[in-house]
Design a protein around this ligand. Structure first.
Ligand SMILES: *[C@@H]1O[C@H](CO)[C@@H](O)[C@H](O)[C@H]1NC(C)=O
Ligand SMILES: *[C@@H]1O[C@H](CO)[C@@H](O)[C@H](O)[C@H]1NC(C)=O
Ligand SMILES: *[C@@H]1O[C@H](CO)[C@@H](O)[C@H](O)[C@H]1NC(C)=O
Length: 970
């Protein structure tokens, strides 16, 4: 192949050889193979081109003249060819049509048409050809009918030799960089039907000889730098149908000869400098479908063209200096779709007739129209035409009156702009139910009332602007249903109430402006989840409390929040009165990948765990405040209950109700077991003397059932956190169904709106915290007891997770020990009673025991899963093994347990961490793997933590390493 090509190339470039070569070798095959060798053909389109064929007539893209059997057409449009156009094609002496449009061919044109003596159609459009066209390129182009060089990078002058192409019917040089003045000789092509020189850099006047083009149907000179007037000779091109002279620097009056162009359907003169009145004679151009005179300097009154041009579809006279009032048309084209008179100086009453003719776009913005919008009562004949309206822009006029609710009849409206007028009254709810509405701008009017809650029906709304009105009321929470909303501006109104948290559901929001209103309350923290926010202006309101943390709000501009004296947080340089505890800051770079959670990895101790978690412990102040609050709450409840002397008596059956004597609260007691022995001969109920302890969710008391059995009663403290009675009961019943040896059973509950009690199994042995931290050395737990507690707690948690319940509040004071030393997990799942799962409440109120809290609580982007319990369990394991609290406050230091153990492990002195009260009475082959397990459970990344079922398996393997060893040996 290579050699053959070499021969071909030699042939082509040395005429001597050619002449001596046998004429039996087909010139066309030769030429095409050389062409193929010069281009890249990644799509393999030319694979059928085989140099061994005698004739190329069956090759892809090739057509031959049936008589001469020579190639007449080569059409390779859109074949993905790249590279340069070699000289091979010049062998195709009988070629009539060469079309290589939409490829990636590059380079300059290095031949001329004299070398293709039969060429009639040449289409090189949409390629990457560049450079000048050789001046003699067209000098012998007798038969050429159609040439397109459109959309390449040709530059320089259009060669004068083009005037030799006397048969030319179509010339398309659009989209290149041709420059200079058009030579007048170019303008006498009697057969030319289509001339497209658009999108170049041509300059000078449009030559007068345009009259030589009397077959011209389409003239496109758009986007050049032509100057001067339109030559009046244009009016002699009687066949013209399409004229586009837009985006030049043409000036002067329109020549009146143009009224002869009775076939012209499109006249586009946009963006020039034409002056004078819009001539009345345009009304004589009866075929006009598109008339675009926009962005010129036309002045004077606007003639009634719509009444005359019955085929008109698009009328655009925007951006001129038209004055006077709009003529009431004599009869409107039924075809008219677009009516744009915006940005003029038109006066008079609002042209209400525009609503009755099925227009799609009505643009009247920025004129001086006055009066009110009057939409005739919808009758069925108009109903259909109203469905067509897509765009209505009446902004920046002097319109007044109310916004008619019949605007809501335009059921396909997509864009409605009525801004900057003097509309009064309220926003009609009907507008807001337009399901297709994408933009609604009613800003800068005198609207009052509140934002209708029907706004939630505007499901396609992307932009809602109501700023600078007199709107009051609240922001309706239904706004959350406008799920496409990107821009929301309510600034400069008198809107009250708080910012609804549901706003955070509008995940496309980019720009929000609530400035200069009367908003109160705190900013919903969830707003930090709006990841697309670019601007959130709440300045000049009465908002208070802390700004949401994270996301956009970390970098919010001070000007966006100014003028709210009670806002606090870093962004306003004012610390908030109660700083939330933010105990852990997750370092996203720390990866303690713990993939190999197999017993081996614990036994061989090769695991290297190195984490440097940045830990910041909140000020003790927060804890003090919490304690005070709980005490106050307690006091209040106690004083009210002692008056009412809660006397619960059992009336048989599964559930019973009873009104406590005294106050009117009627309570409901439910015992899951249907236990008939519950009695309140228990004056002890809620008696301080029987208090067992206090936790994040409430205080626990002990009381006796009638049969002498003890139960633990938990009085929920923060009743405001509790959901409605229905929700409360549903959640409690779910918890009541959980039964496991290592869980403290929930036996029942008591409900009144102001007092909720949970009735639990009583566990006699106290909690693990006391056993670990409040006993003296002699009494401390043995290693076996500790291991049992770890394993039992793990089983209890694994069961909870199996039942899809997250504990949320694991800590040693929530592990109770029964009389036989078995651990029972208490206080599980109570976070479900919160109105919603709220990290703030969970982390600050419930998980107030620092050190057990998984780092993801501090990191809003991480979902809280049951792996947060695994973290707490890991801390618990380390606490049990070391006998140290998760966080110990030293004189001037804070020691975090897992860091300490991790450090010790890395330095190989982990035994030193084991509780000294064990006095070295522990098997190292259990303690060390257990500590490693604890560390892995405290991985920063939730997915790196094992799940509780795995933990149970691992613990069982650790307990009897020798047995598992034995098994594997047999
Ligand atoms: C042309 O080439 C460019 C990159 O060189 C490529 O992205 C494009 O798809 C090509 N076009 C055609 C029609 O092959
Ligand atoms: C000129 O060629 C371009 C690119 O192929 C095309 O878009 C345009 O419609 C052509 N002009 C005329 C008048 O046919
Ligand atoms: C995490 O690593 C990246 C790149 O290595 C670094 O730019 C960034 O500051 C690190 N972040 C932290 C919190 O260390």
């Amino acid at each position: 192949m290579r050699n053959l090509l070499l021969v071909f190339s030699l042939i082509l470039f040395s005429p001597l050889v050619v002449t001596s070569f046998s004429p039996s070798l087909n010139d066309d095959v030769l030429g095409l193979i050389v062409f193929k060798a010069d281009v890249k053909d990644p799509g393999g389109k030319l694979s059928s081109w085989n140099e061994d064929d005698n004739t190329p007539c069956k090759w892809y893209g090739v057509k031959c003249n049936p008589r001469s059997n020579r190639v007449s057409d080569l059409v390779l449009d859109g074949c993905g060819l790249s590279g340069k156009l070699g000289r091979g094609l010049l062998r195709l002496q009988f070629l009539r049509k060469l079309s290589l449009a939409r490829n990636n061919l590059t380079g300059i044109l290095s031949f001329n048409l004299a070398q293709l003596p039969n060429i009639r159609v040449l289409d090189l459009s949409d390629n990457g050809f560049s450079g000048l066209i050789p001046s003699d390129f067209f000098s012998q182009c007798g038969p050429l009918r159609s040439v397109s060089l459109a959309h390449n990078k040709f530059s320089g002058m259009i060669p004068e030799s083009l005037s030799s192409c006397s048969m030319l019917a179509s010339l398309n040089f659009s989209g290149n960089q041709f420059s200079g003045v058009l030579a007048s000789g170019l303008w006498s092509f009697p057969g030319l039907r289509s001339l497209d020189l658009s999108d170049n850099m041509l300059e000078g006047k449009i030559p007068k000889l345009i009259e030589g083009l009397n077959n011209l149907r389409a003239l496109n000179l758009r986007k050049n730098q032509f100057t001067g007037e339109i030559p009046q000779e244009i009016g002699y091109c009687l066949l013209l149908r399409f004229i586009d002279l837009s985006e030049n620097s043409l000036s002067g009056w329109l020549p009146s000869t143009m009224q002869n162009l009775a076939l012209c359907s499109s006249l586009v003169l946009r963006k020039n400098g034409f002056v004078g009145e819009v001539p009345n004679w345009i009304g004589e151009m009866r075929s006009l479908e598109t008339l675009d005179l926009s962005a010129n300097r036309f002045s004077g009154e606007f003639p009634d063209l719509i009444g005359k041009l019955q085929l008109l579809k698009i009328l655009n006279v925007s951006n001129n200096a038209l004055t006077g009032s709009l003529p009431e048309p004599m009869g409107i084209s039924l075809n008219l779709l677009v009516f744009d008179i915006s940005h003029n100086y038109l006066t008079g009453n609002f042209p209400s007739w525009i609503f009755n003719h099925g227009f799609e776009q009505v643009l009247l913005s920025d004129n001086k129209l006055s009066g009110s919008i009057d939409i005739a009562i919808d009758d069925s004949s108009l109903g259909n035409s109203r469905k067509k309206l897509l765009i209505l822009d009446v902004s920046q006029n002097k319109l007044s009156g109310v916004i008619p609710s019949s605007v809501g009849d335009f059921s396909n409206l997509n864009f409605l702009n009525m801004a900057s007028n003097s509309f009064r009254g309220s926003i009609p709810a009907d507008i807001l139910q337009l399901k297709t509405l994408g933009v609604l701008d009613l800003s800068e009017n005198q609207l009052n009332g509140s934002i209708p809650s029907e706004i939630g029906g505007a499901i396609s709304l992307k932009e809602l602007r109501l700023e600078r009105n007199f709107l009051g009321g609240n922001i309706p929470s239904t706004i959350k249903d406008c799920s496409s909303l990107m821009v929301l501006s309510l600034a400069h109104n008198a809107i009250t109430g708080s910012i609804p948290a549901s706003l955070a559901k509008l995940s496309y929001l980019q720009i929000v402006d609530f400035s200069f209103n009367k908003l109160t309350g705190t900013l919903p923290k969830q707003l930090a989840n709006l990841v697309r926010l670019q601007s959130f202006n709440i300045s000049e309101n009465q908002l208070q409390g802390e700004l949401p943390a994270g996301g956009f709000f970390n970098t919010i501009a001070p000007s966006s929040i100014s003028g709210n004296p009670s806002l606090c947080g870093a962004a306003v340089h004012k610390s908030c009165p109660t700083v939330l505890p933010k105990p852990l800051v997750l370092n996203p770079n720390s990866t303690d990948d713990a993939p190999g959670i197999s017993p081996q990895s614990f036994h061989h101790g090769k695991k290297i765990l190195s984490i440097s978690a940045l830990i910041a412990i909140s000020a003790a102040a927060a804890i003090v405040i919490g304690v005070v609050a709980i005490t106050v709450l307690n006091f209040r409840v106690r004083s009210s209950t002692s008056n009412s002397a809660v006397a619960l008596t059992f009336s048989g059956g599964n559930e019973f109700s009873h009104s406590p004597t005294g106050d009117g609260d009627s309570g409901k007691l439910v015992m899951f077991s249907g236990d008939p022995n519950f009695s309140t001969g228990t004056q002890a109920l809620l008696n301080k003397d029987c208090e067992l302890g206090r936790g994040g969710f409430g205080t626990v008391y002990r009381t006796l059932l009638r049969d002498g059995r003890s139960v633990a009663i938990k009085k929920l403290t923060a009743s405001s956190l509790v959901k409605s009675q229905d929700d409360f009961e549903r959640e409690i019943k779910k918890l009541g169904r959980l039964r496991h040896d290592n869980l403290v059973a929930l036996d029942g509950y008591y409900w009144t709106p102001s007092l909720q009690l949970l009735i639990y199994e009583f566990v006699s042995g106290g909690n693990l915290y006391k056993h670990l931290h409040e006993t003296c050395a002699g009494n401390s737990l043995s290693w076996n007891e500790r291991f049992n507690i770890i394993l039992g707690a793990a089983k209890g948690l694994a069961y909870l997770h199996l039942k899809n319940t997250i504990h949320y509040n694991l800590k040693s004071s929530n592990i109770l020990i029964d009389s036989s030393g078995e651990p029972k997990v208490a206080d599980y799942g109570l976070a479900r009673l919160l109105p919603m799962l709220d990290r703030y409440i969970l982390s600050s109120k419930i998980q107030s025991a620092l050190g057990y809290m998984a780092p993801e609580f501090a990191c809003k982007t991480v979902k809280i899963t049951e792996k947060c319990d695994v973290y707490g369990f890991g801390v618990l394991v380390l606490e049990i093994v070391t006998g140290k609290r998760p966080v110990e406050y030293m004189d001037d230091d804070v020691v975090v347990l897992c860091d300490m153990v991790r450090g010790a492990l890395e330095e190989g002195r982990v035994e030193e961490c084991v509780d000294s009260r064990l006095e070295r009475a522990f098997p190292m082959d259990e303690t060390i793997p257990v500590m490693k397990l604890g560390l892995i459970c405290t991985s920063q990344v939730p997915s790196n933590r094992p799940d509780m079922a795995e933990v149970v398996n691992i613990l069982e393997l650790i307990r009897c390493p020798s047995e598992s060893q034995d098994e594997s040996n047999f």
